[in-house]
Design a protein around this ligand. Structure first.
Ligand code: NAD
Ligand code: IPM
Ligand code: MN
Length: 355
């Protein structure tokens, strides 16, 4: 097991720096507890990079990302840049493409201590444990674009290889879970949807132990609310995955609870980022929920750094803090970002609740 890692911190905009600071504090405590050495470099991405470096992500930052073991990212985006020629979000898209981070893992778990935070009924969300796997470097996000005042277009392209590699990630994950993949597409209307469906079906033949179902995206959006427990691994393309994961955030109760891992080829640095955005409406007020970013660091230790022991310690610290009602306003509490962070750090340091 390695015990020394270089982490690139990209706090970004809005609440990004608040949640990255929180996550770094927890990581440091966990690392110390396990004798792991973390070295950090911090750089700019998003609106803050446009302002200070003239572009949403610089070549130097991309090189630093490639040279790191993993990237921890807060969020990008700010209304100040609406209508501008360059958008902060472009920095994140460029980083994902640069690192070849094609598989975005977004676990959606309704924790028992948080069931009342959901807007849905307890009996609907109880026991929800879904892994959304969103393709991250293809589709309409990265196709040719035309932008004018009379006409605009975003071309959505998928190749066989792009579908195969992300489908394999989904089936491999399903093997270690409840062995069920729901592939979500729009095959009744879109050519990319039909290619997606046929390639996913082919990949499924390599995994006879995993059950595959295909569901159209509009119906999938409905099933997520009607009967979310029917899902185990939900595999989908870039744009659908973006939308469905925000919808799914309301199962645990808040955007502030969803972590993510954006992974490329084995051995490449992953990007670990909360699913939520820069939340300009609450930035600078101490209200940001740091759990999504803290849980993203646990995914970093598990998926890229090869330290599931540290990951579990962080996840246990989060569970204990939630059970002790360390809740920010978005999940029905009154605690600040800092109070939550201190609580998680305390439990991680104590190793309390850790098996
Ligand atoms: P958002 O996710 O920033 O916020 C949506 C709502 O959820 C807001 O009410 C916000 O206060 C709340 N929320 C989000 N994260 C929270 C947290 N950690 N704690 C408590 N409440 C939280 O989405 P938006 O308002 O549509 O977008 C704002 C900006 O963020 C846009 O510029 C968008 O492009 C960007 N964005 C960035 C990312 C990213 O960097 N990965 C993701 C999504 C949106
Ligand atoms: C996300 C965000 C990004 C996306 C934006 C900020 C580019 O919404 O990570 O979900 O659409 O992928
Ligand atoms: Mn999104």
């Amino acid at each position: 097991m390695r015990d020394s890692f270089d982490i690139l911190l990209l706090p970004g905009d809005g609440i990004g720096p608040e949640v990255v600071d929180a996550a770094r504090e927890v990581m440091d405590v966990a690392a110390e507890h396990y004798g792991v050495k973390l070295s950090y470099e911090e750089r700019k991405i998003g609106g803050v990079a446009i302002r200070e470096e003239g572009e949403p992500v610089s070549e130097t930052t991309l090189e630093a990302a490639s040279a790191s073991d993993s990237v921890l990212l807060g969020a990008v985006g700010h209304p100040d840049f609406d209508g501008g020629a360059v958008r902060p979000e472009a920095g994140l898209l460029k980083l994902r493409k640069h690192l070849g981070a094609f598989a975005n893992l977004r676990p959606v778990v309704a924790l028992p201590s948080l069931l009342s935070a959901s807007t849905l009924k307890r009996e609907v969300v109880e026991g929800v444990d879904i892994l959304i796997i969103r393709e991250l470097t293809g589709g309409a996000y990265f196709g040719e674009k035309e932008e004018g005042t009379e006409r605009a277009s975003d071309l959505s392209v998928y190749t066989r290889d792009e579908v195969v590699r992300v489908a394999r990630v989904a089936f491999e994950a399903a093997k270690r879970r409840k062995r069920r993949v729901t592939s979500v597409d729009k095959a009744n209307v879109m050519a990319t949807g039909r290619l997606w469906r046929s390639v996913v079906s082919e990949v499924a033949e390599e995994y006879p132990e995993v059950e595959l179902e295909h569901v159209l995206v509009d119906a999938a959006a409905m099933f997520l609310i009607r009967d979310p427990r029917r899902f185990d691994v939900l595999l989908t393309e870039n744009l659908f995955g973006d939308i469905l994961s925000d919808e799914a955030a309301m199962l645990p109760g808040s955007m502030g609870m969803l972590p993510s891992a954006s992974l490329g080829a084995p051995g490449e640095p992953g990007i670990f980022e909360p699913v939520h955005g820069s939340a300009p409406d609450i930035a600078g007020q101490g209200k940001a929920n740091p759990y999504a970013t803290i849980l993203s660091t646990a995914m970093m230790f598990r998926h890229t750094l090869g330290r599931p022991d540290v990951a579990e310690a962080i996840e246990q610290g989060v569970s204990v803090a939630l059970e002790a009602h360390f809740l920010t306003p978005d999940i029905g509490g009154t605690k600040t970002t800092e109070e939550v962070t201190k609580a998680v750090s305390r439990w991680v340091a104590a190793g309390e609740g850790v098996a």
